[in-house]
Design a protein around this ligand. Structure first.
Ligand code: 1MF
Length: 197
């Protein structure tokens, strides 16, 4: 018998995400418009719980609903919500006790990006249900690299742009990002050309 839960899981491809991600969305809503903004987004997304537990897992579908709701409430494209969220994630996790984890991954933008898969592997040791994306760097020079993004999740490419902007701020470098190959257009995976300096 199809319960609500199975329906939700079917729609999200069975993928779940740690509540920390939804808490970061909540934190961003508070930053942008205070508790009223979060209440409006939560209502639009039909999320009943007032908040999330960081170490609990939720269907991805809840997060996608929050992004769609934020897009409605803020009258801004979902792509822009995702990009803003990616940038906020870097700031938020640094504030929420994951600064040392981020420090460990590297002290320069290219160094950090080259260690991202190792960082996720480290997190996954204690959080086996983590579904981390993979970020592979090729064509690395002093001024740029190609970032190959592979994920079990779909539609989050704008978030990668935001993550890169957040990292640019973290490391105090100017960055430019171009999305040069798209899985949505039939490419094997998404590729970003990143320049920095
Ligand atoms: O599957 C997951 O639950 C999951 C959660 C977060 C998978 C990945 C991530 C992090 N990632 C989000 C975008 C994913 C897009 C995709 O799936 O295609 C961002 C990765 C990232 C990129 C650039 C710079 C920093 C990044 O992340 C740093 C990071 C990654 C994971 C955590 C913290 C910082 C993390 C820590 C604890 C977690 C979950 C994730 O769970 C908790 C939380 C509280 C208590 C116990 C466990």
């Amino acid at each position: 018998m199809p319960t609500l839960k199975t329906t939700v899981q079917d729609e999200s491809g069975g993928v779940t995400v740690y509540g920390l991600v939804n808490k970061a969305v909540e934190d961003l809503a508070h930053t942008v418009g205070g508790p009223q903004m979060w209440a409006a987004i939560r209502a639009q997304a039909q999320v009943d719980a007032p908040t999330f537990i960081g170490m609990d897992q939720y269907p991805d579908e809840v997060t996608y609903r929050l992004v769609a709701a934020a897009s409605e409430v803020l009258q801004m494209p979902a792509e822009q919500v995702l990009e803003t969220f990616g940038e906020h994630w870097v700031l938020y996790t640094a504030q929420e006790g994951y600064g040392p984890l981020l420090d460990l991954a590297g002290s320069t933008l290219p160094g950090f990006l080259m260690h991202l898969d190792a960082m996720h592997a480290r997190v996954a040791l204690t959080l086996p249900e983590l579904t981390p994306p993979s970020f592979e760097c090729t064509d690395v020079t002093e001024h740029g690299l190609r970032l190959h993004y592979r994920s079990a999740r779909q539609g989050l490419e704008p978030m990668v742009v935001g993550l890169l902007r957040g990292l640019g701020r973290r490391f105090g470098v100017e960055i430019a990002v171009a999305h040069v190959e798209r899985r949505a257009d039939g490419a094997a995976h998404d590729v970003f050309s990143v320049t920095y300096g």
